[in-house]
Ligand binder design. Structure first.
Ligand code: NAD
Ligand code: TYD
Length: 353
């Protein structure tokens, strides 16, 4: 079996669902259920005996030790994190706590567990750490995309905390011999993404008749990858990645934010039209994010060369699936956009011009 942390969040839940569809190997799912964790994401696994959910914190050393001793996983896949840049700007403390201190506690638990494994179990064991391209900092328009050897230059409390966790993971390989793997992926989109991130926020606000907030002039560039492709890449790295290596994962799909928002508006115009006019009319340019990284782009040629992974979805196919999913799952959106979410919206957008 494998231990998945953060498996009630956006990517972790997609990973658990895909894993149990693709593989016949049990998943122990450890998640703290912060605002971003949602058991509804895992509802279809309710009667699947291969899935065990435990509510808990990766920073709880005693819990980690007990879970590893009881379930004896052959791999750990670490998704658990605070993941939203704007939240890290308004309150960085939780990011340091979960992303750095929490990852450290998880690694300490794994170190003790690993020491008690047989030689054969040790050789097969993997710790896969799911990270982000944001650790590399920001690119200018004509810079080459991020390669694995790029310098770490994180600019937000979120990316700095992820960078720190990546360094700890690396150190546990070099110092203690833990067979670690790290993936650094670009922006994901797809089903079950909390509507604080750009794409689900735009879909949610559009349908609610609210403004579609674009930070700055909308010319910041991100690389976008469909979440199912990210999950497939993680499975590939877990299977064939070389311990101690890092793999960049991306969609070969750089886009300006404004173009992403236009694409979403155009799809909604087609699938769920307003009584009159286009959703584009709801676009509102707002004060920029402090320290807003200009551009992220990923060179994903190493994972293709070594492990044969390439994204299966284009942006056109992935975004169409995604918009349809949100239209078909209005209940899910209604449940996650609770009172607490509305307070967050007031704090983040209330102060912007
Ligand atoms: P998310 O915020 O949707 O989910 C995070 C999950 O972790 C939630 O279920 C939350 O309850 C859980 N969690 C938070 N703190 C925890 C703790 N201390 N102990 C246990 N569980 C805890 O995030 P996501 O978008 O699914 O991202 C998952 C991982 O992938 C993160 O590590 C993130 O840095 C990384 N990543 C995300 C993206 C992206 O575009 N979303 C891109 C690249 C990498
Ligand atoms: P986001 O989804 O928060 O991901 P990240 O900051 O990790 O890349 O944001 C994606 C891009 O969209 C980023 O350049 C910031 C921008 N953005 C907006 O313009 N408006 C918004 O309301 C949000 C949430 C993001």
């Amino acid at each position: 079996m494998i231990l998945v942390t953060g498996g009630a969040g956006f990517i972790g839940a997609n990973f658990a669902l895909d894993w149990l569809r693709e593989r016949d190997e049990a998943v122990l799912n450890l998640d703290k259920l912060t605002y971003a964790g949602n058991l509804e994401n895992l509802a279809t696994l309710k009667s699947d005996a291969r899935h065990t959910f435990v509510r808990g914190d990766i920073g709880d050393g005693a819990l980690i030790a007990a879970l590893l001793a009881q379930h004896r996983p052959r791999a750990v896949v670490n998704f658990a994190a605070e993941s939203h840049v704007d939240r890290s700007i308004l309150g960085p403390g939780e990011f340091v706590q979960t992303n750095i201190v929490g990852t450290f506690a998880l690694l300490e638990g794994v170190r003790a567990y690993f020491a008690g494994l047989s030689d054969a179990e040790r050789a097969a064991f993997r710790f896969l750490h799911v990270s982000t391209d944001e650790v590399y900092g920001s690119l200018d328009a004509d810079d080459p995309p991020f390669a694995e050897a790029n310098q770490y230059q994180p600019n937000s409390p979120y990316s700095a905390s992820k960078a720190a966790s990546d360094h700890l993971v690396r150190a546990y390989h070099h110092t203690y011999g833990i067979p670690v793997l790290t993936t650094n992926c670009s922006n994901n989109y797809g089903p079950y993404q909390f509507p604080e991130k750009l794409i689900p926020l735009i879909i949610h606000n559009a349908l609610a008749g609210k403004p579609l907030p674009i930070y700055g002039d909308g010319s910041n560039v991100r690389d976008w990858l469909y979440v199912g492709d990210h999950c497939a890449a993680i499975r590939r790295v877990l299977e064939g990645g070389r311990p101690g290596e890092t793999y960049n994962v991306g969609g070969w799909n750089e886009m300006r934010n404004l173009d992403v928002v236009h694409t979403v508006c155009d799809l909604l115009d087609e699938l769920s039209p307003r009584p009159a006019g286009s959703y584009r009319e709801q676009i509102a340019f707002v004060t920029d994010r402090p320290g807003h990284d200009r551009r992220y782009a990923i060179d994903a040629s190493k994972i293709e060369r070594e492990l044969g992974w390439r994204p299966a979805e284009t942006f056109a196919s992935g975004i169409a699936k995604t918009v349809r999913w949100y239209l078909d799952n209005a209940d899910w959106v209604a449940h996650v956009t609770s009172g607490a979410y509305r307070q967050w919206t007031d704090a983040n957008y209330g102060a912007r011009a």
